[in-house]
Design a protein around this ligand. Sequence first.
Ligand SMILES: Nc1nc2c(c(=O)[nH]1)N[C@H]1C(S)=C(S)[C@@H](COP(=O)(O)O)O[C@H]1N2
Ligand SMILES: [Mo]
Length: 549
Amino acid sequence: MNAKPKDMNTKLRSFVAGAVGMVVAFGIVELVHGLYQPVPSVLLAVAQRIIEFTPGEFATRAVETLGKADIPVLITVTIILTLALAGFLAYLSLRSRLLALIGVVVLAAVALAASFTEPSVIPVPTVLTVLGALYAGSTVARFLLNSSGLRTSESVSPPKSPEPDGKPGPEGVRSREAHSTRGIAVPRRNFLLLSGGAAVAGLAAGSAGRLLGGSGAQETSTAAPLKLPGSAASVPEILPAPLPEASIDVPGMPPLITPAEDFYLIDTAITSPRIDAARWTLNVMGEVDNPIELSYDDLISLPTREADVTLSCISNEVGGGLVSNGRWTGVLLSDVLAEAGMSREKISQASEQLVGRSVDGWTAGFQTEIALDGREALVAFGLNGSELPLEHGYPVRLVVPGLYGYVSATKWLTEIELTNWDFDAYWIQRSWAKEGPILTQSRIDTVKDGDTVSAGNVPIGGVAWAPHRGIDRVEVSTDDGETWNDAKLAAQLALDTWRQYVYDWEAEPGEYTLKVRAADGEGETQTEDEAAPHPAGATGYHTVKVTVE
Ligand SMILES: Nc1nc2c(c(=O)[nH]1)N[C@H]1C(S)=C(S)[C@@H](COP(=O)(O)O)O[C@H]1N2
Ligand SMILES: [Mo]
């Protein structure tokens, strides 16, 4: 019985032919994308849509546990699944050309749907590229199938002649036998050579695309110095030192202002949108008297502000690093709203919510009241004296003191819409709390869990934050919360920033469980109850175990 191994071979070869065809198709799209950015990388577009369609709980878990590390996994899985699907379609084409054709049409539809959701896509070249690439890929697959003698096509099928034994049989069987003959004529080695060659060509095209500056080539950006109108000079790159008394000089203390390259990074974008500031616009619309569209130059010609604001992600665990303090440059959100005819007195139920929309469609919404209550909510275009880095929202984002990023801090901002409270923004649709006030939190930074330290003076220090309420008191416990000691506080740089503290501990040998807790400017001490980040932010006291020798 040699039918079985032969059948296995057929399956495998057809599968390889389809997968190689898909490598070629991907390669072509990546190459075009590298040469011409408005044609998106279909691969990344599909992966991006998978992120967006992933159920909230699951997406949340992935973001929490993997941060940015989930992206390579997602892309790899997307590639493997697509190649497998293409392989299956090629195999299917041996049985039914129609079904295979339908499969390719569905692939094209998915690819186009995913691509058209990308920001700054230009339709006609994208359609041509995607269809062209799929056509090329199918052609390669068909050629490989033919070359391995697995199926006929009009051009290569041998002339119809009666079978030697004169038993024509059904069409399918007859053509299969014809292939077998050809299969012998084109040995396995040739099939491998041809497939390998095609795959290498596809990979080369794809790599070239990336090298040419496709999204895959994205590196961490270095932001240019910020230039403002009316002054030939840019904002000084060396920041004026923050209040000296706002910093405590202890090893392990995080800097009062987080350098841009260390600023925590969270978003749903596989690659940061690249926006041309000269063509960027901000629409302020919805329930406003006077909808406006501002250019970048319009925006930066409004009165400029600099504000030190601590931003936190709701996914931050107690003691975690998804919190940073930036010196933001921008214009007051209230000034931008005033341009659109909106003021505090005019807030109605219909304009209760302010929704920021990113060029990539991501949204965040919060109470309009918060934008107009006097706090320094910014339409920001600078971080630490430079333009916003690409990954932190270049050219313009929102920064709202006191609110977690997921409800407020829209990066790559392009639209501000005033609407009612019914609208649910991106993470609200995915089961996170509708309102996101940053909870009072504190963190021990100068000693780490599991550290061994020498007896004597051990400064226990770190940061505490309750943006827009401020920090009034920080206490440290060295006995697992039995007793508490007041920590020394640095000056409060601003109500909206974190505050450094230190407790000078005279440590004696032994095992210790250290804890920290903070009270905000309203006298409210952070809760001891432990809660996970989902759905409204992590609570509990940061706890660190140390050994003193
Ligand atoms: N366009 C866009 N803006 C976004 C997000 C996003 O996914 N897309 N994530 C938000 C979240 S959840 C947070 S915590 C902050 C993080 O800002 P950062 O990456 O500059 O620290 O950005 C917010 N703005
Ligand atoms: Mo976040």
